[in-house]
Design a protein around this ligand. Structure first.
Ligand code: ADP
Length: 672
C-alpha cells in the first residue's frame, strides 16, 4: 500500500492538504522533520500515515489526556491498531496495553510525556521496534513558548535509551524563530526538514465587537447560532460561572470548564460538549488544548486574551472540519487591565533565573500590546494576525469585521490637540479614564483632590461622549502620538510626534466607523437538503451512542454535508464522499445509503412527509440502521413465512416497518 492508499483506506481522503505530503514523504524517507502548521491544518495525518506504513511502532508524545483518548478512539474506528498510556488508565488497563504492545499488536501508542520516565515503559520500548517518535505540541519544550512543560525535556533522554534511534517528527502550531530553534536543539532533530504551511485558516471569519453590554450582545450572538456548537472563552473562573449561568437562564444548552472544578465534573462537562449533549462550552483558557471536536462553528472571546498567540490557538478550535466558522472577540476597556494584572501577578518560573523571569515578563507586556492593537485596529484583522506570525498577507481578506466595515477618514486635529495638551498640563501622570473625565469637566473626589478641576483643559470637551474621547485616545496611541506606560493602571505620556500637532503644524486623521455591514450567517448545508442532513445526523447519533464515541468520530459534519451533495447510493459513490474510508464504508455505508435512497426516491413535495425525522428519532436508536446479518435475515424469512404480522416482526428486530418491508422485497418475499 502506498501513502495514497493508506490515506484513502484509513482516513477516506483522496488528497493531502498543503504540507502534509511533504511531511509524510520526509518521514517515510527516514529524515527527521518539523511541521509548523496552524491548528486544524491536519498535523495528525502527517505522522499517522507513515506510522501505519512503518514496520515498527510509532510513539506519539502528547500533552493532554483528552487528546489521546479521542485520537485513539478515532484511529480504532478507522481500523488502525492504537492505544494510549496516561494516568487515566488503571493498573490493569496499563498492564494490558504493555502486554499487547510487547506482542506487537499496536501500530501507534500515544503517551503522556511523564510516562517516558517510567521504568516499565522504557523496558517495553527497549524490547520492541520503535520506528518513529512523533512529538505533538512540540513547542512545549521551549521555555520561551506559551506552554512550557518541563516533562517535555524527558523526550530526548528517552530516545537516547532506545537501542536504535527512531525517526523524529515534531509538530506545532505556534513557533516563533526562537521556539523553532529550541525545538530543533532540545529534541536534537538531525538535519530536519522544516515544513511551514503558513498560518492562514481561510474558513475562519474574524470580528472584534465593542458592545456596550457584553451580556446582551453575547445572548444575541448565540441566538443567531442556536443549533450550532461553540466555545466561549472568559478570562476568569468567576466570569465563566456567571456567563454559563446567564446562558442557562436564557435557555441555552451550556456547560462550563475551569481549573477549580473537580476532575470528575471537568471530564463530564467536557464529554457533554464533545458528544454534543451540550452545544455551548463556557471556559477559561484551561480548556481546549487537544480538543479535536470538528464541528465547533464559533469561538467567542468574552474577554480579550493576553496575546495573539493564545488568541490564534484558541480560535483555531473553530471550523476544524473545514466549514465556515466565526471567531468573535468582545472587547471592553476593562480587559486590558485584567490582562495587565495577570502579567504583574504571574508567579516567577522557578526553572528560570530572575533575569530570565524579568525578560519573560517584558515579552508578555510586549505581546499584550499587540493584542490590544488587534482589538483597536481598523486594518484587516486576518492580515494583522498573519503578519504577526511572519506570513505574507493579501490586502483585503474579505473575511473579517473590518473588511465589512465602511470606514471614513475624519480629521480630529482639534480633538487631538485638546487631549494631548490635557495630558501635558496634568503632568503626564494619569490614565485614560482621568484624562477623559477632566476633558469632560467631571468632578469627583480624585479630580478635586489633585486639583484637576482648576486646570485650563478642564471641561474643554464637555459635549463629547466618554466613548468618543476614549476612541480618539486609542487611535492616538495606535498612531504613536501617545504611549501608555506601566502595568496595572498605565499612565498616558505624549511622544515627540505630538509637538507638531500641538503647534498646528501637523494634522491627525483617524478612521471612524460609518457603517458595519453585519456578517450574515452563512448557510453551510444546501438548504434543500437540510432534512436529509438532519436524517443522516440521526443515523450518526445511533452509531455514536452504540460505539460510545463522539458523533464526529463516525462522520464529521463536513462529511455529512458532502453526502448531501454527492447523494451516493452505491458503494463506489459512497467512497467519493470526503471523509469516507473503505473501512467506514463497510461499517456504515449501508445504513447511510439506505436513508439517502429513501430521500432521493421521494419527490420534492413529499420529502418531508415521507422522510419523517421525528419518526426516525423515535425508532432510530433501536438498531434500525445496523446492517442485516445472515442470521437475522434467516430469522426474518422464518417469521414472515410462518405468518407473523409485519408490525410484530419490526418490533422483534428493533427496526421500522419500512425497513422490514424493504428487506422482504430484497429477499424476493414480497413484490416491489
Ligand atoms: P491539527 O492537529 O493540525 O490541529 P488535525 O490533525 O486534528 O489538525 O486535523 C484537523 C481536521 O482536518 C480533522 O478533522 C481531519 O480529519 C481533517 N483533515 C486532515 N487531513 C485532511 C485531508 N488531507 N483532507 C481532508 N481533511 C483532512
Amino acid at each position: 500500500m502506498d501513502k495514497f492508499d493508506v490515506l484513502r483506506k484509513y482516513f477516506g481522503y483522496s488528497s493531502f492538504r498543503k504540507g502534509q505530503e511533504e511531511m509524510v514523504d520526509c518521514l517515510l524517507s527516514g529524515r527527521d522533520a518539523l511541521g509548523i502548521m496552524p491548528t486544524g491544518a491536519g498535523k495528525s495525518i502527517c505522522y499517522q500515515v507513515p506510522a501505519i506504513m512503518f514496520g515498527g511502532v510509532t510513539i506519539v508524545v502528547s500533552p493532554l489526556i483528552s487528546l489521546m483518548k479521542d485520537q485513539v478512539n478515532a484511529l480504532v474506528q478507522q481500523g488502525v491498531k492504537a492505544a494510549y498510556i496516561n494516568s487515566s488508565l488503571t493498573d490493569t488497563q496499563y498492564d494490558k496495553v504493555l502486554k499487547n504492545a510487547a506482542l506487537g499488536i499496536y501500530k501507534i501508542i500515544y503517551v503522556a510525556p511523564e510516562r517516558l520516565e517510567s521504568v516499565s515503559f522504557i523496558n517495553l520500548c527497549r524490547r520492541i521496534k520503535i520506528s518513529m517518535v512523533a512529538v505533538d505540541e512540540s513547542h512545549c519544550v521551549s521555555q520561551w513558548g506559551q506552554d512550557f512543560r518541563p516533562s517535555y525535556l524527558n523526550i530526548n533522554k528517552f530516545i537516547s535509551m532506545l537501542p536504535n534511534r527512531p525517526i523524529i517528527g515534531a509538530f506545532t502550531a505556534t513557533a516563533t524563530d526562537e521556539v523553532k530553534k529550541d525545538i530543533i536543539n532540545i529534541l536534537q532533530l538531525e538535519d530536519p526538514a522544516v515544513v511551514t504551511t503558513g498560518f492562514d485558516r481561510p474558513n475562519l471569519f474574524f470580528s472584534v465587537l465593542r458592545p456596550a453590554k457584553k451580556d446582551n450582545r453575547l445572548i444575541e450572538l448565540i441566538k443567531e447560532r442556536r443549533d450550532k456548537s461553540g466555545i466561549i472563552y472568559c478570562s476568569t473562573r468567576k466570569k465563566v460561572e456567571s456567563v454559563c449561568d446567564l446562558l442557562i437562564k436564557n435557555g441555552f444548552p451550556a456547560t462550563r470548564y475551569h481549573a477549580v472544578l473537580s476532575d470528575k465534573e471537568r471530564v463530564k462537562n467536557q464529554d457533554d460538549f464533545v458528544y454534543d449533549r451540550k452545544l455551548v462550552m463556557v471556559a477559561t483558557n484551561a480548556f481546549g488544548m487537544g480538543i479535536d471536536k470538528s464541528n465547533v462553528s464559533y469561538v467567542i472571546h468574552y474577554n480579550m486574551p493576553k496575546n495573539i498567540e493564545s488568541y490564534y490557538q484558541e480560535t483555531g478550535r473553530a471550523g476544524r472540519d473545514g466549514q465556515e466558522a466565526d471567531c468573535i472577540l468582545l472587547y471592553g476597556a476593562g480587559d486590558v487591565q485584567t490582562c495587565q494584572y495577570f502579567i504583574e501577578n504571574t508567579e516567577p518560573n522557578p526553572q528560570l533565573t530572575p533575569e530570565q523571569n524579568e525578560m519573560f515578563k517584558k515579552r508578555e507586556e510586549e505581546r499584550l500590546k499587540h493584542m490590544i492593537f488587534y482589538c483597536r485596529t481598523s486594518d484587516y484583522l486576518r492580515n494583522y494576525m498573519l503578519r504577526y506570525f511572519g506570513d505574507e498577507a493579501e490586502e483585503n481578506c474579505g473575511k473579517c469585521s473590518n473588511c465589512l466595515t465602511k470606514f471614513e477618514t475624519v480629521d480630529v486635529t482639534i480633538e487631538a490637540q485638546k487631549i494631548l495638551s490635557c495630558i501635558i498640563r496634568t503632568g503626564q501622570k494619569f490614565g485614560a479614564t482621568i484624562i477623559s473625565d477632566v476633558l469632560r469637566g467631571k468632578t469627583n473626589d480624585r479630580i478635586t483632590s489633585f486639583g484637576l478641576d482648576r486646570q485650563s483643559t478642564f471641561g474643554i470637551m464637555k459635549d463629547s461622549k466618554p466613548t468618543e474621547i476614549r476612541y480618539i485616545i486609542e487611535k492616538l496611541e495606535e498612531q504613536g502620538y501617545i504611549i501608555s506606560v506601566g502595568a496595572g493602571k498605565p499612565i498616558l505620556r505624549v511622544t515627540e510626534m505630538s509637538y507638531p500637532v500641538l503647534k498646528g503644524k501637523a494634522k491627525v486623521n483617524i478612521k471612524k466607523t460609518r457603517k458595519f455591514k453585519s456578517h450574515i450567517e452563512r448557510v453551510n448545508i444546501d438548504e434543500t437538503n437540510s432534512e436529509l442532513f438532519d436524517a443522516l445526523k440521526v443515523v450518526r447519533t445511533y452509531f455514536a451512542m452504540k460505539r460510545g464515541v463522539p458523533a464526529y468520530i463516525i462522520f464529521s459534519d463536513a462529511t455529512l454535508a458532502d453526502m448531501c451533495k454527492v447523494m451516493p447510493v452505491t458503494p463506489k459513490e459512497f467512497l467519493e464522499v470526503k471523509g469516507v474510508s473503505s473501512i467506514k464504508l463497510e461499517k456504515y455505508g449501508e445504513a447511510f445509503m439506505r436513508v439517502i435512497k429513501e430521500y432521493g426516491k421521494s419527490d420534492n413535495d413529499e420529502k418531508s412527509k415521507k422522510y419523517d425525522v421525528a419518526e426516525m428519532r423515535a425508532n432510530g436508536l433501536t438498531g434500525a440502521y445496523e446492517p442485516w446479518s445472515e442470521k437475522e435475515v434467516e430469522k426474518l424469512r422464518f417469521e414472515y413465512e410462518v405468518g407473523i404480522p409485519i408490525e410484530k416482526i419490526a418490533k422483534n428486530h428493533g427496526r421500522t416497518k419500512g425497513a422490514i418491508r424493504s428487506r422482504l422485497k430484497k429477499e424476493g418475499l414480497i413484490e416491489e
